[in-house]
Write a protein that binds this ligand. Structure first.
Ligand code: MN
Length: 176
């Protein structure tokens, strides 16, 4: 869990993004999903762990339908300050494009995954999200097939919040 890679990829005289510094975790761990209209639209899913935001880029965005497994590519850790970042990363910079907050709230790992670092290195974490859009239980599962580098799946668990219809992150009622 380090921010070297995050800082190395960015020129902070050019991008409005926050400089990467490790911080102490919040009492309640936060999560954020940022809609990032870069060259390819994707949704950046970030979970606070160990003073940083563990981050996955999800091309289709999260789904509340347990039947829809969503590809989630693990990317570099981001600073906790990034959870509040919205705005335009100008052309020529890493991740150039528009960033907005799609959902945010707090999260908690299930008890048997309370050692988050260990869970992530083991490629499985089950957790609960307390967001405005994303609610209830989810899992992140790493591909066993090593040809899919940094490939994970984000999947909703079946609970009272689960939905059965096709889920489109771009068409959430009350948004846009
Ligand atoms: Mn992104």
């Amino acid at each position: 869990m380090a921010l070297n890679e995050y800082n190395k990829k960015r020129d902070f005289s050019e991008t409005p993004e926050p400089i990467g510094r490790k911080k102490k975790d919040h009492k309640k761990l936060i999560f954020v999903v940022q809609r990032h209209q870069a060259r390819q639209l994707h949704f950046d899913f970030r979970l606070e762990a160990d003073g940083v935001l563990k981050s996955w880029a999800i091309p289709k965005g999260p789904s509340m339908n347990p039947a829809e497994k969503r590809l989630a590519i693990m990317v570099e850790d981001h600073p906790l300050d990034y959870a509040g970042f919205v705005g335009e990363i100008s052309a020529g910079n890493y991740g150039a494009g528009d960033v907005e907050i799609w959902d945010h709230g707090t999260w908690e790992p299930k008890a048997k995954f309370s050692d988050i670092r260990k869970a992530l290195s083991g490629g499985l974490i089950e957790f609960t999200l307390h967001g405005k859009i994303l609610k209830g239980e989810f899992a992140l599962v790493e591909f066993e097939n090593s040809t899919a580098k940094n490939g994970w799946i984000l999947v909703k668990a079946r609970d009272k919040y689960a939905l059965d219809e096709e889920y489109h992150a771009e068409e959430i009622p009350g948004r846009g």
